[in-house]
Design a protein around this ligand. Sequence first.
Ligand code: MSP
Length: 643
Amino acid sequence: MEPKRQYYTTPIYYVNAKPHIGHAYTSIAADVSTRYKKMDAFETYFLTGTDEHGDKIVQAAEKQGTSPKEYADKISLLFQNLLPVLNVNNNQFIRTTDPAHIEVVKKILTKIHDSGDIYFDSYEGIYCFGCERFYQERELVDGKCPDHGVEPEVIKESNYFFNMSKYQDWLIDHIKTNPDFIQPKQYKNEILSFLKEPLEDLCISRPKSRLTWGITLPFDEDYVTYVWFDALVNYVSAIGYPDHEQFKKFWPTTRHFVAKDIIKPHGIYWPIMLKAAGVQIYNGLNVHGFWNVGGSKMSKSIGNVTDPLEIIKTYGLDQFRYFLMREMVFGLDANFTEDILVSRINSDLANDLGNLFSRVLSMMHRYFDGKIPTIDNTLEQEKDLSLESNAKNAIDEFKASMDLCKFHNGAAAIWRFISTMNKYIDTHEPWALAKDESKANELALVLTNLVEGLRVVAGLIYPIMPSTSKKMLKTIDFNQDREKDFSTLEEIAPWGQIKEGTIIQKPEVLFPRIDLKKSAPKDETKKTKPFKPALKEEITIEEFAKIDLRTGIIIKAESIEKSNKLLKLQVDLGVEKRQIIAGIAKDYAPEDLLNKQVIVVANLKEAKLMGEISQGMILAAGGKKNLVLSAFEKEIKPGKQVK
Ligand code: MSP
């Protein structure tokens, strides 16, 4: 039988900014899969690292007044130091500035160049000097660079190109005949649909006159290789392409973890590069979606780029790992807010798992002094008390999900078992059994079964929450004194491993409940709290449709006596006029408001403010001060619905 082996990689991250939760997610997902494969008796290898060449890095270094190498060293270290904090157990960390990597890039370039698939050609295109890159017409905004707002210049440059179109039909066939090559399916379809159009050849070089921070082409001293021909090669250079044992052992088993942003290089360029270099094609890609924060894409300008270190410091590591794995459906985008995180911690972790753990172990202490009791198996049981088949189902469902990177389903399978155990306590009422001496054997059996169930849960949560798994097993004195810190699925499965006489510890609180109000980051001086503002609970589109938003025009505005906050407005809503009392007096003088267009919540219940009737509300944004009224870009008639 083929030995069970698995090689996992994450993208190598650019060192032009420090790590955020998106990077943390991919690394944790690959870690969870690696740990899971170990439980399934695989020999594993796990690689991550940093991508350090290219103009973005040069620019970032320049901004800080340092050299690209010094800058790369500094940021790469942030990525390296994050791994132990995330409890990510990688075997290797590669940097594209490593000499061994550079050698392999040159070797592969030479091979492809020798085979005739790399050619030299001149190229005319529109170029933005600010971005230091060529643009396609369609990428411009009003004919200008979207980043610099200037018209790009037409320049002519000679470069090396990789002939990809030659391999297009081969790649389509490879993807179709290997259905798991790109998973989940939607990304495979995306790549196939992209391959319906003829592939353009890939420009793989930059003249040194423009960029020196790269790897010199082995066949032309005046050029460096560009981004992907350097970066993608890390996956083979790290494990010793072409001759090293590690390479031979692990390369055929490779699955690359990437997010949807880089499926084209991974799903198209990379297999074609390997094919052209005569290297076996990797096994496949596991593609996940993007984390948004507070409903928006993470961006510096919004100020919602979320630092995993901050979250872990406030909420705990296993809580963070659990949340990431449980909340994102692998392949789809997910949303991060502090509220969602807290509600997962409080309900799934503190309530469901934490309570189960402390209830069971406290009862073991209360009724049996913390010692697994003797069970008289000769006595016939009135009911079937075993949880064995539920545990078996949980293990089977967990395995089926984790094999496909459906981490959220894997966690859900464990949590269904946890909920079965919580119900089991409620139906068997150990506290009632304890009052009846004739039920002593049943009580012993019920509680021992529950400890047995906790053993299974602790075993299964290992890939997602390694520390909690260990803590739970230590408390029930199971699996101590072992070399490895996990049990294989095969070891977990057999029911009845908890031995009588075992002394269990008093339970400690696994997951403290979080009070959202108290959990705000302590450093109030910080301007941007990374995961603020916490958004409100999700609503459905039907719920949103209940709110009748209309365009309105302010036709009269006056102050209200004794109020320095409120203004009395008459607003034309097209079909009718409304009186609205608005708290905007600190920011708007009545005379500034005449003929202003506003958005009105038109179906708000009538209210009285300072003795005045208010028939709606107008929308504004901002804090107590600096309120700004909502407006429209162009003139619009009153009474129109705002959708
Ligand atoms: N250096 C290239 C990759 C070369 S791999 C041979 C690169 N670097 S990156 O720093 O931009 O990292 C991109 C990867 O970071 C994504 O594919 C994903 O793994 C992770 N993420 C970055 N932002 C993310 C989210 N908002 N959400 C989830 N993951 C994201 O591209």
